[in-house]
Ligand binder design. Structure first.
Ligand SMILES: NC(=O)c1ccc[n+]([C@@H]2O[C@H](COP(=O)([O-])OP(=O)(O)OC[C@H]3O[C@@H](n4cnc5c(N)ncnc54)[C@H](O)[C@@H]3O)[C@@H](O)[C@H]2O)c1
Length: 434
Protein backbone atom coordinates (compact mmCIF):
# COMPACT_ATOMS: atom_id res chain seq x y z
CA UNK A 1 0.00 0.00 0.00
CA UNK A 2 1.34 3.45 -0.96
CA UNK A 3 0.43 6.07 1.62
CA UNK A 4 0.91 9.85 1.49
CA UNK A 5 0.83 11.59 4.88
CA UNK A 6 0.14 15.32 4.58
CA UNK A 7 1.59 17.14 7.61
CA UNK A 8 4.66 15.74 9.39
CA UNK A 9 3.91 17.02 12.92
CA UNK A 10 3.21 15.11 16.12
CA UNK A 11 0.45 13.04 14.51
CA UNK A 12 1.62 12.84 10.88
CA UNK A 13 5.18 11.85 11.65
CA UNK A 14 4.21 9.20 14.21
CA UNK A 15 1.41 7.81 11.99
CA UNK A 16 3.65 7.82 8.92
CA UNK A 17 6.50 6.06 10.72
CA UNK A 18 4.13 3.46 12.23
CA UNK A 19 2.41 2.76 8.88
CA UNK A 20 5.87 2.31 7.33
CA UNK A 21 6.73 -0.05 10.17
CA UNK A 22 3.59 -2.06 9.31
CA UNK A 23 5.18 -2.54 5.86
CA UNK A 24 3.50 0.20 3.82
CA UNK A 25 5.41 2.61 1.57
CA UNK A 26 4.91 5.99 3.19
CA UNK A 27 5.80 9.44 1.95
CA UNK A 28 5.44 12.20 4.57
CA UNK A 29 4.76 15.64 3.14
CA UNK A 30 5.14 18.94 4.92
CA UNK A 31 4.97 22.47 3.60
CA UNK A 32 7.69 23.50 6.06
CA UNK A 33 10.95 23.00 4.14
CA UNK A 34 13.05 23.24 7.34
CA UNK A 35 11.16 20.28 8.80
CA UNK A 36 11.61 18.16 5.69
CA UNK A 37 15.29 19.07 5.34
CA UNK A 38 15.85 18.09 8.97
CA UNK A 39 14.05 14.77 8.46
CA UNK A 40 16.08 14.08 5.33
CA UNK A 41 19.25 14.72 7.35
CA UNK A 42 18.04 12.14 9.87
CA UNK A 43 16.99 14.69 12.51
CA UNK A 44 13.61 14.48 14.25
CA UNK A 45 12.01 17.91 14.62
CA UNK A 46 9.98 16.95 17.72
CA UNK A 47 10.67 15.02 20.92
CA UNK A 48 8.66 11.80 21.13
CA UNK A 49 10.15 8.73 22.86
CA UNK A 50 11.19 6.02 20.39
CA UNK A 51 10.37 8.08 17.31
CA UNK A 52 13.96 8.74 16.20
CA UNK A 53 14.74 5.01 16.16
CA UNK A 54 11.49 4.10 14.38
CA UNK A 55 11.99 6.74 11.69
CA UNK A 56 15.66 5.80 11.17
CA UNK A 57 14.80 2.10 10.82
CA UNK A 58 12.07 2.65 8.25
CA UNK A 59 14.09 5.18 6.27
CA UNK A 60 16.99 2.71 6.20
CA UNK A 61 14.69 -0.07 5.00
CA UNK A 62 13.36 2.17 2.24
CA UNK A 63 9.70 2.43 3.31
CA UNK A 64 9.67 6.00 4.64
CA UNK A 65 10.52 9.17 2.70
CA UNK A 66 10.01 12.89 3.21
CA UNK A 67 9.21 15.63 0.73
CA UNK A 68 7.71 19.09 0.33
CA UNK A 69 6.32 18.00 -3.05
CA UNK A 70 2.71 17.11 -2.23
CA UNK A 71 1.79 16.44 -5.85
CA UNK A 72 4.44 13.81 -6.33
CA UNK A 73 3.52 12.03 -3.08
CA UNK A 74 -0.23 12.06 -3.83
CA UNK A 75 0.06 10.90 -7.45
CA UNK A 76 1.61 7.59 -6.45
CA UNK A 77 -0.57 7.01 -3.36
CA UNK A 78 -3.64 4.83 -2.96
CA UNK A 79 -4.47 6.61 0.28
CA UNK A 80 -3.73 10.16 1.37
CA UNK A 81 -3.95 11.07 5.06
CA UNK A 82 -4.54 14.67 6.08
CA UNK A 83 -2.74 15.24 9.40
CA UNK A 84 -2.33 19.01 9.34
CA UNK A 85 -3.07 21.26 12.31
CA UNK A 86 -6.59 22.41 13.24
CA UNK A 87 -5.85 25.09 15.85
CA UNK A 88 -8.43 27.41 17.39
CA UNK A 89 -9.38 30.18 15.01
CA UNK A 90 -8.29 33.51 16.40
CA UNK A 91 -11.19 35.46 17.82
CA UNK A 92 -14.00 32.93 17.90
CA UNK A 93 -12.67 29.52 19.00
CA UNK A 94 -13.99 27.56 16.02
CA UNK A 95 -11.52 25.06 14.57
CA UNK A 96 -9.39 26.79 11.94
CA UNK A 97 -9.86 24.52 8.94
CA UNK A 98 -7.79 26.57 6.50
CA UNK A 99 -4.89 24.05 6.56
CA UNK A 100 -7.25 21.13 5.96
CA UNK A 101 -8.98 22.87 3.06
CA UNK A 102 -5.68 23.96 1.53
CA UNK A 103 -4.46 20.37 1.75
CA UNK A 104 -7.72 19.24 0.07
CA UNK A 105 -7.18 21.66 -2.82
CA UNK A 106 -3.57 20.55 -3.21
CA UNK A 107 -4.58 16.89 -3.11
CA UNK A 108 -7.35 17.47 -5.68
CA UNK A 109 -4.85 18.78 -8.19
CA UNK A 110 -2.74 15.63 -7.93
CA UNK A 111 -5.16 12.69 -7.59
CA UNK A 112 -4.39 9.94 -10.06
CA UNK A 113 -6.57 6.80 -10.04
CA UNK A 114 -8.85 5.67 -7.19
CA UNK A 115 -7.64 7.44 -4.04
CA UNK A 116 -8.91 7.27 -0.49
CA UNK A 117 -8.51 10.61 1.27
CA UNK A 118 -8.49 10.22 5.03
CA UNK A 119 -8.88 13.04 7.56
CA UNK A 120 -6.79 12.14 10.56
CA UNK A 121 -6.76 15.73 11.78
CA UNK A 122 -9.40 16.44 14.43
CA UNK A 123 -12.14 18.20 12.46
CA UNK A 124 -15.69 19.33 13.25
CA UNK A 125 -18.70 17.38 12.01
CA UNK A 126 -19.24 18.00 8.34
CA UNK A 127 -15.64 18.75 7.44
CA UNK A 128 -15.40 15.51 5.45
CA UNK A 129 -18.41 16.69 3.39
CA UNK A 130 -16.62 19.95 2.65
CA UNK A 131 -13.33 18.22 1.78
CA UNK A 132 -15.29 16.03 -0.63
CA UNK A 133 -17.00 19.06 -2.15
CA UNK A 134 -13.70 20.91 -2.61
CA UNK A 135 -12.11 17.97 -4.38
CA UNK A 136 -15.18 17.20 -6.50
CA UNK A 137 -15.42 20.83 -7.61
CA UNK A 138 -11.74 21.00 -8.56
CA UNK A 139 -11.66 17.56 -10.17
CA UNK A 140 -15.09 16.41 -11.38
CA UNK A 141 -13.29 13.53 -13.11
CA UNK A 142 -11.50 12.19 -10.02
CA UNK A 143 -12.22 8.76 -8.54
CA UNK A 144 -11.98 9.14 -4.76
CA UNK A 145 -13.62 8.72 -1.36
CA UNK A 146 -13.22 10.83 1.77
CA UNK A 147 -12.97 8.92 5.06
CA UNK A 148 -12.76 10.10 8.66
CA UNK A 149 -10.17 8.27 10.77
CA UNK A 150 -9.60 10.35 13.90
CA UNK A 151 -6.42 9.81 15.85
CA UNK A 152 -6.42 9.09 19.58
CA UNK A 153 -2.68 8.85 20.30
CA UNK A 154 -1.21 10.65 23.30
CA UNK A 155 2.00 12.59 22.97
CA UNK A 156 4.70 10.99 25.08
CA UNK A 157 3.31 7.50 24.41
CA UNK A 158 2.39 8.05 20.78
CA UNK A 159 4.04 5.05 19.15
CA UNK A 160 2.62 2.55 21.59
CA UNK A 161 -0.81 4.18 21.34
CA UNK A 162 -0.68 4.03 17.55
CA UNK A 163 0.46 0.42 17.44
CA UNK A 164 -1.79 -0.79 20.26
CA UNK A 165 -4.83 1.48 20.06
CA UNK A 166 -7.87 1.01 22.32
CA UNK A 167 -9.87 1.25 19.10
CA UNK A 168 -9.64 2.38 15.49
CA UNK A 169 -12.52 4.51 14.26
CA UNK A 170 -13.27 4.44 10.55
CA UNK A 171 -16.01 6.70 9.28
CA UNK A 172 -17.26 6.02 5.76
CA UNK A 173 -20.17 4.47 3.89
CA UNK A 174 -18.02 3.73 0.84
CA UNK A 175 -17.37 -0.03 0.63
CA UNK A 176 -14.29 0.33 -1.57
CA UNK A 177 -12.77 2.85 0.87
CA UNK A 178 -13.54 0.50 3.77
CA UNK A 179 -11.52 -2.22 2.07
CA UNK A 180 -8.56 0.12 1.60
CA UNK A 181 -8.72 1.21 5.25
CA UNK A 182 -8.92 -2.42 6.38
CA UNK A 183 -5.82 -3.18 4.35
CA UNK A 184 -3.92 -0.25 5.87
CA UNK A 185 -4.78 -1.27 9.43
CA UNK A 186 -4.61 -5.04 8.83
CA UNK A 187 -1.51 -5.51 11.02
CA UNK A 188 -3.54 -4.18 13.94
CA UNK A 189 -6.42 -6.60 13.40
CA UNK A 190 -3.91 -9.30 14.25
CA UNK A 191 -3.43 -7.56 17.63
CA UNK A 192 -7.23 -7.64 17.91
CA UNK A 193 -7.58 -3.87 18.19
CA UNK A 194 -11.31 -3.17 17.84
CA UNK A 195 -12.18 -1.48 14.56
CA UNK A 196 -15.35 0.59 14.73
CA UNK A 197 -17.05 1.28 11.42
CA UNK A 198 -19.47 4.18 11.43
CA UNK A 199 -20.65 7.09 9.34
CA UNK A 200 -18.17 9.85 8.56
CA UNK A 201 -20.02 12.45 10.61
CA UNK A 202 -20.29 10.10 13.57
CA UNK A 203 -16.54 9.42 13.44
CA UNK A 204 -15.80 13.14 13.37
CA UNK A 205 -17.98 13.72 16.42
CA UNK A 206 -16.59 10.69 18.28
CA UNK A 207 -13.16 12.30 18.50
CA UNK A 208 -14.51 15.52 20.02
CA UNK A 209 -16.78 13.60 22.39
CA UNK A 210 -13.76 11.58 23.61
CA UNK A 211 -11.64 14.66 24.29
CA UNK A 212 -14.50 16.59 25.87
CA UNK A 213 -15.27 13.66 28.16
CA UNK A 214 -11.64 13.35 29.27
CA UNK A 215 -11.42 17.11 29.83
CA UNK A 216 -14.59 16.86 31.93
CA UNK A 217 -13.15 14.05 34.03
CA UNK A 218 -10.02 16.08 34.77
CA UNK A 219 -12.03 19.18 35.59
CA UNK A 220 -14.34 17.19 37.84
CA UNK A 221 -11.51 15.89 40.00
CA UNK A 222 -9.90 19.34 40.03
CA UNK A 223 -13.04 20.86 41.49
CA UNK A 224 -13.32 18.02 44.00
CA UNK A 225 -9.69 18.81 44.94
CA UNK A 226 -10.62 22.42 45.62
CA UNK A 227 -13.44 21.26 47.86
CA UNK A 228 -11.04 18.85 49.63
CA UNK A 229 -8.85 21.82 50.51
CA UNK A 230 -11.78 23.54 52.18
CA UNK A 231 -13.07 20.55 54.11
CA UNK A 232 -9.80 18.85 55.05
CA UNK A 233 -10.22 15.82 52.78
CA UNK A 234 -7.63 14.13 50.53
CA UNK A 235 -8.35 14.16 46.79
CA UNK A 236 -6.02 11.24 46.06
CA UNK A 237 -8.03 9.04 48.39
CA UNK A 238 -11.28 10.29 46.86
CA UNK A 239 -9.92 9.56 43.36
CA UNK A 240 -8.97 6.05 44.38
CA UNK A 241 -12.26 5.60 46.16
CA UNK A 242 -14.25 6.44 43.06
CA UNK A 243 -11.78 5.21 40.41
CA UNK A 244 -11.92 1.58 41.53
CA UNK A 245 -15.59 1.64 40.54
CA UNK A 246 -15.42 0.16 37.03
CA UNK A 247 -18.16 2.46 35.85
CA UNK A 248 -15.87 5.41 36.64
CA UNK A 249 -12.34 4.08 36.06
CA UNK A 250 -9.16 5.36 37.68
CA UNK A 251 -7.54 7.13 34.70
CA UNK A 252 -7.69 10.90 34.32
CA UNK A 253 -8.54 11.39 37.97
CA UNK A 254 -5.29 13.13 38.94
CA UNK A 255 -5.94 16.58 40.31
CA UNK A 256 -3.58 19.19 38.94
CA UNK A 257 -3.19 22.68 37.50
CA UNK A 258 -5.83 22.21 34.78
CA UNK A 259 -5.60 20.51 31.41
CA UNK A 260 -3.52 22.03 28.63
CA UNK A 261 -1.80 20.81 25.51
CA UNK A 262 -2.43 20.90 21.82
CA UNK A 263 -5.80 19.11 21.90
CA UNK A 264 -8.13 19.44 24.92
CA UNK A 265 -8.35 23.26 25.08
CA UNK A 266 -8.93 23.75 21.36
CA UNK A 267 -11.13 20.66 20.91
CA UNK A 268 -13.47 21.46 23.80
CA UNK A 269 -13.82 24.99 22.41
CA UNK A 270 -14.49 23.74 18.87
CA UNK A 271 -17.12 21.27 20.14
CA UNK A 272 -18.82 24.05 22.09
CA UNK A 273 -18.94 26.18 18.92
CA UNK A 274 -20.26 23.36 16.74
CA UNK A 275 -22.96 22.57 19.29
CA UNK A 276 -24.00 26.23 19.55
CA UNK A 277 -24.15 26.54 15.76
CA UNK A 278 -26.52 23.58 15.67
CA UNK A 279 -28.63 24.97 18.50
CA UNK A 280 -27.75 22.02 20.72
CA UNK A 281 -25.41 23.70 23.19
CA UNK A 282 -23.42 21.39 25.44
CA UNK A 283 -23.53 23.42 28.62
CA UNK A 284 -21.55 20.89 30.59
CA UNK A 285 -18.53 21.28 28.30
CA UNK A 286 -18.97 25.05 28.21
CA UNK A 287 -18.60 25.04 31.98
CA UNK A 288 -15.64 22.65 31.88
CA UNK A 289 -13.76 24.93 29.47
CA UNK A 290 -14.51 28.04 31.54
CA UNK A 291 -13.55 26.38 34.83
CA UNK A 292 -10.32 25.06 33.36
CA UNK A 293 -9.16 28.29 31.81
CA UNK A 294 -9.65 30.13 35.11
CA UNK A 295 -7.91 27.39 37.01
CA UNK A 296 -4.56 27.77 35.26
CA UNK A 297 -4.15 31.37 36.34
CA UNK A 298 -5.55 30.55 39.77
CA UNK A 299 -2.51 28.28 40.18
CA UNK A 300 -0.37 31.42 40.02
CA UNK A 301 -2.41 32.83 42.90
CA UNK A 302 -1.88 29.59 44.81
CA UNK A 303 1.89 30.09 44.53
CA UNK A 304 1.58 33.72 45.63
CA UNK A 305 -0.44 32.63 48.68
CA UNK A 306 2.20 30.01 49.53
CA UNK A 307 4.79 32.81 49.43
CA UNK A 308 2.91 34.75 52.09
CA UNK A 309 0.68 36.82 49.80
CA UNK A 310 3.27 38.56 47.64
CA UNK A 311 5.95 37.54 45.15
CA UNK A 312 7.02 41.06 44.23
CA UNK A 313 10.80 41.08 43.90
CA UNK A 314 10.97 37.36 44.71
CA UNK A 315 12.48 34.65 42.54
CA UNK A 316 10.28 31.66 41.75
CA UNK A 317 11.75 28.42 40.36
CA UNK A 318 9.48 26.54 37.97
CA UNK A 319 10.12 22.85 37.28
CA UNK A 320 8.45 21.51 34.14
CA UNK A 321 7.14 23.66 31.30
CA UNK A 322 5.62 21.26 28.77
CA UNK A 323 1.92 20.44 29.12
CA UNK A 324 2.86 16.94 30.22
CA UNK A 325 6.03 14.84 30.57
CA UNK A 326 7.82 13.13 27.67
CA UNK A 327 7.02 15.71 25.05
CA UNK A 328 8.49 19.04 23.96
CA UNK A 329 5.00 20.35 23.16
CA UNK A 330 4.31 23.70 24.86
CA UNK A 331 0.96 24.44 23.20
CA UNK A 332 -1.50 25.75 25.83
CA UNK A 333 0.70 24.41 28.65
CA UNK A 334 -0.50 25.43 32.14
CA UNK A 335 3.06 26.64 32.86
CA UNK A 336 2.44 29.57 30.48
CA UNK A 337 -0.47 30.86 32.59
CA UNK A 338 1.24 30.14 35.91
CA UNK A 339 4.44 31.95 34.89
CA UNK A 340 2.61 34.91 33.41
CA UNK A 341 0.51 35.27 36.58
CA UNK A 342 3.68 35.23 38.70
CA UNK A 343 5.42 37.76 36.47
CA UNK A 344 2.32 40.00 36.53
CA UNK A 345 2.61 39.95 40.33
CA UNK A 346 6.22 41.10 40.16
CA UNK A 347 8.14 37.82 40.44
CA UNK A 348 11.34 36.88 38.63
CA UNK A 349 11.01 33.39 37.14
CA UNK A 350 13.68 30.74 36.64
CA UNK A 351 12.71 27.54 34.89
CA UNK A 352 13.94 24.12 33.90
CA UNK A 353 12.38 21.52 31.61
CA UNK A 354 14.13 18.49 30.08
CA UNK A 355 12.71 19.07 26.55
CA UNK A 356 10.48 22.14 26.55
CA UNK A 357 12.87 25.07 26.97
CA UNK A 358 13.52 25.55 23.26
CA UNK A 359 9.82 26.04 22.47
CA UNK A 360 9.29 27.99 25.70
CA UNK A 361 11.83 30.64 24.70
CA UNK A 362 9.56 31.88 21.92
CA UNK A 363 6.42 31.81 24.09
CA UNK A 364 7.62 33.42 27.34
CA UNK A 365 9.63 36.53 28.07
CA UNK A 366 12.05 37.34 30.89
CA UNK A 367 12.47 33.77 32.07
CA UNK A 368 15.93 32.57 33.11
CA UNK A 369 16.49 29.01 31.86
CA UNK A 370 18.64 26.69 33.95
CA UNK A 371 20.46 23.38 33.51
CA UNK A 372 18.70 21.11 36.04
CA UNK A 373 16.30 21.12 38.98
CA UNK A 374 18.92 22.13 41.55
CA UNK A 375 20.34 24.90 39.39
CA UNK A 376 16.76 26.12 38.97
CA UNK A 377 16.12 26.03 42.73
CA UNK A 378 19.36 27.84 43.63
CA UNK A 379 18.57 31.09 45.47
CA UNK A 380 14.82 30.92 44.72
CA UNK A 381 12.19 31.99 47.24
CA UNK A 382 9.87 29.16 46.21
CA UNK A 383 9.82 26.19 43.87
CA UNK A 384 6.78 25.21 41.80
CA UNK A 385 6.48 21.77 40.27
CA UNK A 386 4.26 22.20 37.20
CA UNK A 387 5.03 19.14 35.03
CA UNK A 388 5.75 15.75 36.59
CA UNK A 389 8.75 14.61 34.52
CA UNK A 390 10.31 11.45 35.99
CA UNK A 391 13.49 13.37 36.72
CA UNK A 392 11.52 15.53 39.22
CA UNK A 393 9.96 12.56 41.02
CA UNK A 394 12.88 11.60 43.24
CA UNK A 395 14.72 14.84 43.91
CA UNK A 396 17.32 14.85 46.69
CA UNK A 397 15.25 16.80 49.22
CA UNK A 398 18.23 17.81 51.36
CA UNK A 399 20.04 19.20 48.34
CA UNK A 400 16.88 20.93 47.16
CA UNK A 401 16.32 22.57 50.53
CA UNK A 402 19.92 23.72 50.68
CA UNK A 403 19.64 25.25 47.19
CA UNK A 404 16.48 27.25 47.92
CA UNK A 405 16.71 30.64 49.64
CA UNK A 406 13.40 29.81 51.32
CA UNK A 407 12.09 26.21 51.57
CA UNK A 408 8.69 26.72 49.94
CA UNK A 409 7.49 24.05 47.49
CA UNK A 410 4.23 24.21 45.58
CA UNK A 411 3.58 20.82 44.01
CA UNK A 412 0.85 21.19 41.38
CA UNK A 413 1.04 17.46 40.51
CA UNK A 414 0.97 15.88 43.98
CA UNK A 415 4.27 14.12 43.30
CA UNK A 416 5.56 14.33 46.88
CA UNK A 417 4.10 13.26 50.20
CA UNK A 418 3.06 16.12 52.46
CA UNK A 419 4.31 14.41 55.65
CA UNK A 420 7.72 13.69 54.12
CA UNK A 421 8.12 17.23 52.79
CA UNK A 422 7.21 18.69 56.16
CA UNK A 423 9.66 16.34 57.89
CA UNK A 424 12.37 17.75 55.63
CA UNK A 425 11.42 21.24 56.74
CA UNK A 426 9.59 22.46 53.66
CA UNK A 427 6.55 24.67 53.61
CA UNK A 428 4.70 22.39 51.25
CA UNK A 429 1.49 23.07 49.32
CA UNK A 430 -0.11 20.59 46.94
CA UNK A 431 -3.51 20.07 45.31
CA UNK A 432 -6.47 18.90 47.36
CA UNK A 433 -4.49 17.31 50.19
CA UNK A 434 -4.26 18.35 53.83
N1 LIG B 1 -0.82 16.20 18.91
C1 LIG B 1 -1.63 15.26 19.35
O1 LIG B 1 -1.39 14.65 20.40
C2 LIG B 1 -2.87 14.88 18.58
C3 LIG B 1 -3.56 13.71 18.92
C4 LIG B 1 -4.69 13.38 18.18
C5 LIG B 1 -5.12 14.21 17.16
N2 LIG B 1 -4.44 15.34 16.86
C6 LIG B 1 -4.90 16.18 15.75
O2 LIG B 1 -4.05 15.94 14.63
C7 LIG B 1 -3.89 17.14 13.86
C8 LIG B 1 -2.41 17.46 13.74
O3 LIG B 1 -1.90 17.77 15.01
P1 LIG B 1 -0.34 17.87 15.29
O4 LIG B 1 -0.18 18.03 16.75
O5 LIG B 1 0.36 16.77 14.59
O6 LIG B 1 -0.02 19.26 14.55
P2 LIG B 1 1.42 19.86 14.16
O7 LIG B 1 1.25 21.32 14.17
O8 LIG B 1 2.48 19.21 15.00
O9 LIG B 1 1.66 19.36 12.67
C9 LIG B 1 0.96 19.82 11.55
C10 LIG B 1 1.92 19.87 10.38
O10 LIG B 1 1.19 20.08 9.18
C11 LIG B 1 1.96 20.88 8.32
N3 LIG B 1 1.06 21.44 7.30
C12 LIG B 1 0.06 22.34 7.44
N4 LIG B 1 -0.56 22.57 6.26
C13 LIG B 1 0.05 21.77 5.36
C14 LIG B 1 -0.15 21.54 3.96
N5 LIG B 1 -1.12 22.16 3.27
N6 LIG B 1 0.64 20.67 3.35
C15 LIG B 1 1.62 20.03 4.02
N7 LIG B 1 1.85 20.19 5.33
C16 LIG B 1 1.07 21.05 6.00
C17 LIG B 1 2.59 21.89 9.24
O11 LIG B 1 3.73 22.48 8.67
C18 LIG B 1 2.93 21.01 10.46
O12 LIG B 1 4.25 20.47 10.35
C19 LIG B 1 -4.73 18.20 14.58
O13 LIG B 1 -6.00 18.25 14.00
C20 LIG B 1 -4.82 17.67 15.99
O14 LIG B 1 -5.98 18.12 16.65
C21 LIG B 1 -3.31 15.68 17.54
Amino acid sequence: MHVAMIGAGYVGLVSGACFADFGHEVCCVDKDPAKIEALNRGEIPIFEPGLAELVAKNVREGRLTFTTDLGQAVRSAESVFIAVGTPSRRGDGHADLSYVYQAARDIAAAIDGYTVIVTKSTVPVGTGDEVERIIREARPDADFAVVSNPEFLREGAAIDDFKRPDRIVIGTDDERAKMVMNEIYRPLYLNQSPVLAMSRRTAELTKYAANAFLATKITFINEIADLCEHVGANVQDVARGIGLDNRIGSKFLHAGPGYGGSCFPKDTLALIKTAQDHEAPIRLVETVAAVNSQRKRAMGRKVIAACGGSVRGKTIAVLGLTFKPNTDDMRDAPSLDVITALQDAGARVKAYDPEGMKAARSMLTDVTYTTDAYDCARGADALVLVTEWDTFRALDLRRLKAALASPVVVDLRNVYRPDEMRRHGFTYVSIGRP
